[in-house]
Design a protein around this ligand. Structure first.
Ligand SMILES: [Zn+2]
Length: 311
């Protein structure tokens, strides 16, 4: 298939997939044989989906999809081998009682589906002592990394002891991010519903520079922010990875991330936006070998640093 035909068929695929985002089983876009209705080119989308092993670097349980069985349902249909799951402090105060409860939910999911889930714990650095204790407890229970949200900026000194503990475990700190830039470099004034302590690319640069031995994951470049700006800002920080999750499918986003950061620092992730997160990688210009790295090998190799082996 030439490139033009390929793009027009994957374009159709994306359009079809968008109609089924997070709405349960794909009933319209895909026929029983896995062919995209109307594509008409012989491009077998589901065969292509099945060809790649997948390790989802950004997924949540007991949050957007309800109980873990919903995640498993998507994983089975889309050939997602492993999901790195967390339950961050999405709302509320995020007291120690809250984050311990969320981490318990993740642990339960891991125990119930050990072949599917790798768990990340969450903490709130405003509760310093309890957060540090929680990291030790959860690392001891087999969790593989930290997921944090908008309670405290990643560059805040409150994070220093937490990052130092994560260095000890050689585990990644996966932080929610936002990067809202507009015409003429307009910088968001936190007047658009974005919480004031949300981490922006500059915050990642600051903490990654202070702790070059730490590992960071800049969440969801497909989450609606200015991914070009984010990738350019992070290009020089070798210890910052990005995941491609999110519901936005801007053309060339995956290619641009790889071009700026190098192939080893880009993870496939969904943030529970399952269809488009696979589609944007299939629609990229990456080679077969590069796709395998983004879909699976890069995160697998990162996990090896902490002695966590994924088969
Ligand atoms: Zn998320």
């Amino acid at each position: 298939m030439n490139r033009r035909n390929f793009i027009s068929s994957t374009g159709l695929a994306t359009a079809g997939w968008l109609s089924t985002v997070n709405s349960g089983k794909p009933t319209r876009a895909l026929s029983k044989q896995g062919q995209v209705d109307g594509a008409g080119s012989g491009y077998d989308l589901m065969r292509e989906v099945a060809r790649y092993r997948k390790l989802d670097a950004h997924c949540h349980v007991n949050l957007f999809d309800g109980p873990p069985e919903s995640n498993i349902d998507f994983a089975d249909r889309l050939h997602i081998d492993k999901m790195v799951v967390s339950r961050p402090i999405f709302d509320g105060k995020g007291t120690p009682a809250d984050f311990i409860r969320y981490n318990d939910l993740v642990l339960q999911a891991m125990k119930k589906y050990p072949t599917h889930f790798l768990g990340q714990f969450t903490v709130n650095p405003l509760y310093q002592k309890e957060s540090l204790e929680e990291i030790d407890r959860r690392a001891g229970q087999g969790m593989v990394g930290l997921k944090v949200y908008t309670q405290v900026k990643i560059s805040d000194p409150l994070f220093y002891p937490i990052v130092e503990k994560m260095i000890k475990y050689k585990m990644i700190t996966h932080m929610h991010s936002n990067c809202q830039l507009g015409l003429g470099g307009y910088r968001m004034k936190y007047d658009t519903g974005v919480r004031p302590q949300t981490s922006i690319p500059e915050d990642f640069v600051a903490i990654a520079t202070r702790y070059p031995e730490a590992l960071f994951q800049y969440a969801h470049i497909g989450g609606g922010g200015d991914w070009e700006y984010a990738c350019k800002m992070l290009a020089g920080c070798k210890n910052v990875y990005v995941d491609t999750s999110g519901s936005n499918n801007s053309g060339h986003m995956v290619d641009f991330a790889v071009q700026q950061l190098g192939i080893h620092r880009v993870f496939y992730g969904t943030d529970n936006c399952y269809y488009q997160s696979i589609g944007k990688i299939l629609a990229s210009n990456l080679s077969d070998e590069q796709r395998k790295m983004v879909f699976f090998d890069n995160y697998k190799n990162m996990l090896l640093k902490s002695g966590n082996h994924v088969n």
